[in-house]
Design a protein around this ligand. Structure first.
Ligand SMILES: Nc1nc2c(ncn2[C@@H]2O[C@H](COP(=O)(O)OP(=O)(O)O)[C@@H](O)[C@H]2O)c(=O)[nH]1
Ligand SMILES: [Mg+2]
Length: 356
């Protein structure tokens, strides 16, 4: 799972990137572990030799938007957006005379500009493809994939021209699974989940500007989650040890760093949940799409395990929580034996019986 930070230059992307990945290195790609108290508890009890939490790969955008005069997004920035699964748009909402900006600070304008630009880029691709298909002399048999694609693209032009992102059309059930598979070939940007982070003045983290709050409600109606945070404060927090962090958060009147909340939402927006394999050699948390079955979980672990699948032993974390070990939970009848079609639940611990 790749997450790409996007936004105008000097909006605070790299500051946030450093605070999320806890590094001062110059690399623009880094893995971040997903905070998970259930996993911490499992590891605490099992004390395995190796611990592997779920991680998300963050990609900073070194260049930022508006790096070319007259062009909102450079080809490099477009390619950066295409290669990730979720866009994290950092919007400048802090004032600073020492940090230059391309224009006055106007967070709503910037957030809106980028949302519109992503739609326009998709519209161009879809219109071009539709025109080419329409002009092509090859007949398109009703029911063929070309036929479905041409009809789909024709249908998408109007809503995109009206500023409706593909993400919303999908959410509202206007794109079916078959059509979604076609769209996936085109790396369309308004189809990707997006989260907007308003990087506000340090004094405003608990009392954001009412215009921003109102706009955030508007975004929420469109199915877009947004947060206000201060990149500078996040960076300060990430440089403190656990004890000092707690004190600092209390002094700011906040419970947890924004980073934690944002990672949770990223995970949710990507449609993911977690299952665990709790071994003494290695205890690992695995991400899986919500609605996946036990066979999918097996293939996430290893294709050979999926091939030899016999049964899945499942104990849900809630049932496992008060047991000291897997064996004890089994003795207490907390384990169920499930087949390939069993629908995995967020928090399942799994052990797969398979032919080797
Ligand atoms: N006052 C203030 N300055 C910030 C904040 N976030 C970033 N900056 C400063 O803005 C400048 C640009 O930040 P950077 O993270 O490099 O922005 P990027 O171009 O979007 O990657 C740096 O000097 C940061 O210290 C903030 O929340 N408040
Ligand atoms: Mg940067």
């Amino acid at each position: 799972m790749k997450v790409g930070l996007i936004g105008f230059s000097c909006s605070g992307k790299s500051t946030l990137f450093r605070s999320a990945v806890n590094t001062s290195s110059k690399s623009d790609v880094a893995a971040v572990s997903v905070p998970d108290t259930r996993f911490d508890d499992i590891v605490d009890k099992i004390k395995p030799k190796k611990v592997t939490p779920v991680s998300i790969i963050f990609h900073d955008d070194i260049e930022g938007f508006m790096s070319q005069p007259g062009k909102l997004i450079s080809q490099r920035a477009i390619d950066h957006c295409k290669k990730v699964d979720l866009l994290l748009h950092v919007v400048r909402a802090f004032e600073s005379s020492s940090v230059p900006y391309y224009d006055t600070v106007d967070p709503i304008r910037d957030a809106q500009k980028i949302l519109e630009e992503l739609i326009l880029l998709d519209l161009q691709i879809i219109e071009n493809r539709f025109d080419r298909m329409k002009k092509s002399p090859v007949p398109k048999k009703p029911g063929s994939s070309e036929y479905i694609e041409m009809n789909l693209f024709e249908r998408l032009i109007t809503p995109l021209s009206e500023g409706i992102p593909l993400r919303k059309l999908l959410q509202d059930g206007n794109i079916d699974d078959n059509e979604l598979n076609i769209l996936k070939n085109y790396q369309l940007l308004s189809l990707k989940p997006i989260i907007i982070l308003f990087n506000v003045n340090e004094s405003e983290i608990n009392t954001p500007n009412p215009n921003i709050t109102k706009y955030m409600e508007n975004l929420s109606d469109q199915g877009i989650t947004s947060f206000t945070l201060s990149a500078c404060i996040e960076e300060e927090i990430s440089n403190l040890d656990a004890e000092d962090q707690k004190e600092f958060l209390e002094s700011l009147g906040i419970q947890e760093p924004a980073k934690k909340k944002v990672i949770k939402v990223i995970y949710d927006d990507l449609g993911l949940m977690t299952f665990y394999t709790a071994g003494e050699k290695e205890t690992r948390a695995w991400p899986i799409r919500k609605g996946s079955n036990a066979l999918k979980a097996a293939s996430t672990i290893h294709t050979d395990i999926a091939k030899g699948f016999i049964r899945a032993e499942i104990i849900h974390y809630k049932d496992w929580e008060n047991s000291l070990s897997w064996d004890e939970a089994v003795r207490e009848n907390k384990m169920s034996l499930e087949g390939k079609e069993y629908l995995m639940q967020d928090g399942d611990l799994i052990n797969i019986r398979c032919k080797s």
